[in-house]
Design a protein around this ligand. Structure first.
Ligand SMILES: Nc1ncnc2c1ncn2[C@@H]1O[C@H](COP(=O)(O)OP(=O)(O)O)[C@@H](O)[C@H]1O
Ligand SMILES: [Mg+2]
Length: 443
């Protein structure tokens, strides 16, 4: 977050928030502006560039990634007329683990008020049960449920009275090297990394209505090389996962079947109704042109192969992630977003496969985003801004990334991190730092 310009007139300069979505297909840079810390944030521009150097969410070529990043940042800077200096970065990759642990502390024999440091203690007691494998680090620590004296569903225990506080914690664990590569590339492209967020969390915040997140809903962001999965219950993320299959697998299937190059298959994928139900009648064949020649192909053969791929993805992999969340019911159904959710008829098809209501989601902020940059493929980018604001409003909701001096990293991860990544941005006060400051103030 930085100020637009310096002013001596007494007028408050707007604050600028920047989110960077590191996707397999494209990189987006979203810029939002707000009048002071309590003001509403308004998205004022979204830059984007095709993403080269990233495969299945993972950086595989530093130079290409840095170039793509620079193009996306330039695009955003031109759109808003500002020089951007830092961003909160959303990234993904196959090796993301979501781990649940429980913790408990006694408050005393007689009930007493829960204080801020009690919350820290109970979080620490849950963290004591996590063993972070060597080379991995905790990216997010998310309290998913508090209980007071055995009563679950407590939204915020601070200030309430009890003798015992329990917590269920969700920790997102990622390889240290993955985070280092992301950070190095973004820095080489000229931006400081002010925060990190796993893509499915940003997508869910960008797509889910308040009611859906309370009711219990699964969100799947269908990207190019990955699908992000988030299951929200009672307003909190119960489970976050990344699956290394995305819309590009469908494109590859079409290219292989029709024996055409990927870029032509990508066009056909967007033109043809791949989720057509043959029982509803319709054309037996479809025609397409390639290199000046006309071809005809069986519609059912094409739709079968694509539908098999999507059925396998959802009924096996995504169902397994939903089951891993432990949510017994999802009255809010399934929300799909991301570029891959734009296939015509996919929602009806998935409603049959998953046996639950399905909604295709644009970003919640789409009405206030630039036209042509407000479709489902920008939900994650818009969600990054919501993540930053949410984290600021409620520091207990998504406790900062480990690189903000969070003491819960394994020692090996810590060493690996400190070697390559440099120091956290000055001026950023982590949750732990604020706890320490509070202690200093109290005693
Ligand atoms: N109109 C469309 N119909 C079907 N698929 C689409 C459409 N537009 C984009 N896609 C697919 O969406 C995927 C890219 O989604 P996006 O969210 O931009 O990816 P990422 O976040 O991985 O960069 C690609 O597989 C692309 O083929
Ligand atoms: Mg995306």
């Amino acid at each position: 977050m930085f100020r637009k310009s310096s002013s001596s007139s007494g007028y408050r300069d707007p604050e600028i928030l920047v989110g960077l979505d590191l996707g397999t297909s494209k990189i987006s840079v979203v810029v939002a502006e707000r009048e002071g810390p309590s003001g509403e944030a308004q998205i004022i521009g979204i830059g984007q560039a095709p993403s080269n150097g990233i495969r299945k969410g993972l950086i595989v070529n530093i130079d290409q990634t840095v170039k793509s990043l620079r193009h996306a940042i330039d695009d955003a800077e031109n759109m808003v007329g500002l020089n951007l200096t830092e961003a909160t970065v959303a990234f993904s990759g196959g090796d993301v683990q979501s781990l649940k642990t429980k913790g408990m502390i006694a408050l005393g024999r007689a009930p007493r008020t829960v204080m801020q440091f009690d919350i820290e203690r109970v979080i620490e007691s849950a963290q004591a049960n996590i063993s972070v494998p060597s080379g991995k680090m905790i990216l997010h620590t998310i309290p998913v449920e508090y209980s007071l004296d055995g009563n679950s569903g407590i939204d915020d225990p601070l200030g309430m009275n009890a003798t015992r506080l329990d917590i269920e914690l969700e920790s997102v664990i990622v390889p240290v090297a993955m985070v280092q590569n992301v950070r190095n590339c973004v820095e080489k492209a000229g931006l400081e990394v002010s925060g990190l967020v796993i893509k499915p969390l940003a997508s869910a915040l960008g797509a889910l209505t308040h009611d859906e997140s309370l009711a219990g809903t699964a969100v799947v962001d269908i990207g190019g090389g990955t699908c992000g999965v988030a299951v929200f219950v009672e307003g909190r993320p119960k489970h976050l996962a990344v699956i290394s299959v995305g819309g590009d697998h469908v494109t590859n299937d079409v290219a292989t079947l029709l024996k055409i190059p990927i870029n032509r298959a990508e066009e056909i994928k967007k033109e043809v109704n791949l989720f057509w139900d043959p029982q509803n009648g319709g054309p037996e064949d479809f025609n397409f042109e390639h290199m000046g020649r006309n071809y005809s192909y069986s519609m059912s053969e094409l739709t079968d192969i694509v539908q098999c791929r999507i059925e396998e993805l959802f009924s096996m992999l995504i169902k397994a992630e939903i089951a891993a969340s432990g949510a017994s019911m999802l009255p809010g159904g399934l929300v799909i977003t991301g570029g891959g959710s734009k296939s015509a008829g996919l929602d009806h098809y998935l409603a049959r496969v998953m046996n639950m209501p399905v909604r295709v989601s644009l970003p919640l902020d789409s009405g206030r985003m630039p036209p042509a940059r407000n479709g489902s493929e920008y939900t994650c980018a818009a969600g990054i801004i919501r993540y930053v604001l949410e984290q600021e409003r409620n520091p207990y909701r998504f406790i900062g990334n480990s690189f903000d001096a969070n003491p819960i990293m394994s020692s090996s991860a810590e060493q690996g991190w400190e070697k390559g990544a440099g120091s956290p941005k000055s001026g950023h006060v982590s949750f732990w730092q604020s706890i320490m400051n509070l202690f200093k103030e109290l005693f």
